[in-house]
Design a protein around this ligand. Structure first.
Ligand code: SPD
Length: 357
């Protein structure tokens, strides 16, 4: 009996010691066992120094993963089995994720820096009261081009992309809404059009563009265009700004038939394990100095009014990337077209990609 008690005491003391040692090792690395934050963001969409700064300031270890489309991100979160604490979807995706109950309601009392966001970017239709999402970056979709390689083309019209002189000279961003939307806009249709005849017309017109399309690519589009591997690209405005930073011969324009105005906002998915840390991270990214550093690093347009004032004037006054309300009011925001129609847009885009091959 005595021996049994001794054994029990030895096992108890050993387990306690092991537990103490593990927690000591974790805390000496600066993090307690479950004090991590998993962030799921677009590729190339944050200054990595800010992640280190957040870790240092809070003692929270960041685990960082990326996606390259709203569709891929939504599928992964909806499937479950992930522990993302913060993600950064675009407006139509936020609306769909709300509908599918994939987002947590935010606690604004934990986001005092929200006061720095320009009211123009708050309470938008996809998330009234910003109950589920907080502005991160915004922008347009347009054409970046190398004036030395495109002759007289000015790209004031989407139709310029179909010009025969651009054979094998165009790179397209790998986005279903962007490419199908461009086809629709070029026909003067809405980029939220759900009329099947219009969609088929856009598909047929896009098929005629394939001889001019060199490739459909992800984030590498920036390097390829900056290195003059192609003359023209269909891009998000922030990518254009980064490309032009690397090669100042290039220019960016939003064609007159219209285009997309988009908003990427920070959300806390239902999969979150560290809800407190997620609020801390969102509030950190809203700090004017942090937001300005991030905007300068990634090249995208900040919705943070106080951060905008901290940016160099050549950035904050560049109307190509900070278009005024008059221009933005002519642009269209993607609607959540519903599960079936969004799947249809994806199918049309896949068919276009197959046709291109
Ligand atoms: N490399 C960062 C890409 C971020 C793009 N977000 C734009 C989404 C528009 N729907």
């Amino acid at each position: 009996m005595n021996q049994l008690v001794r054994m029990f005491v030895i096992v108890f003391v050993a387990s306690f010691g092991l537990l103490y040692l593990t927690s000591y090792l974790n805390s000496s690395a600066g993090y307690s066992g479950n004090n991590t934050l998993t962030i799921y963001n677009w590729g190339d969409y944050i200054d990595p120094d800010l992640l280190s700064r957040f870790e240092k300031e809070t003692g929270i270890k960041v685990i960082y993963q990326t996606f390259d489309s709203n569709e891929a991100m939504m599928t992964k979160i909806a499937q479950g089995g992930t522990t993302f604490d913060v993600s950064i979807p675009s407006e139509y995706a936020i609306s769909k994720m709300k509908e599918e109950n994939l987002l947590l309601e935010l606690d604004h009392s934990k986001l005092p820096n929200l006061k720095y966001i320009d009211p123009r970017f708050m309470n938008l239709s996809f998330d009234q009261d910003n109950a589920y999402s907080i502005p991160y970056f915004w922008g347009t979709v347009g054409i970046v081009f190398n004036p030395e390689l495109v002759g007289d083309l000015t790209f004031t019209s989407w139709d310029d992309l179909w010009d025969e002189s651009l054979r094998n000279q165009i790179l397209l961003v790998d986005g279903a809404r962007e490419v199908i939307g461009m086809g629709l806009n070029s026909l003067h249709y809405s980029l939220n059009d759900t009329n099947e005849a219009h969609l088929q017309e856009a598909k047929a017109k896009l098929q005629l563009l394939t001889p001019n399309v060199k490739a459909i690519v992800g984030d590498e589009i920036k390097l390829l265009l900056a290195n003059e591997e192609a003359a023209v690209g269909l891009v998000w405005s922030g990518d254009a700004s980064e490309i032009m930073d690397q090669n100042d011969k290039l220019d960016y324009i939003v064609p007159e038939e219209g285009s997309n105005l988009w908003f990427d906002n920070m959300v806390i998915p239902k999969t979150a394990r560290n809800i407190e840390g997620a609020h801390q991270f969102i509030n950190f990214m809203l700090d004017p100095e942090v937001a300005a550093q991030n905007a300068e690093y990634v090249g995208y347009s900040t919705p943070n009014k106080a951060a905008l004032e901290l940016l160099p004037e050549d950035i904050s006054t560049d109307e190509r990337f900070y278009p005024d309300e008059e221009l933005t009011s002519k642009l269209e925001v993607y609607n959540n077209l519903g599960k079936k129609m969004l799947a249809h847009y994806n199918e049309l885009f896949l068919e276009f990609k197959m046709h291109k091959k």
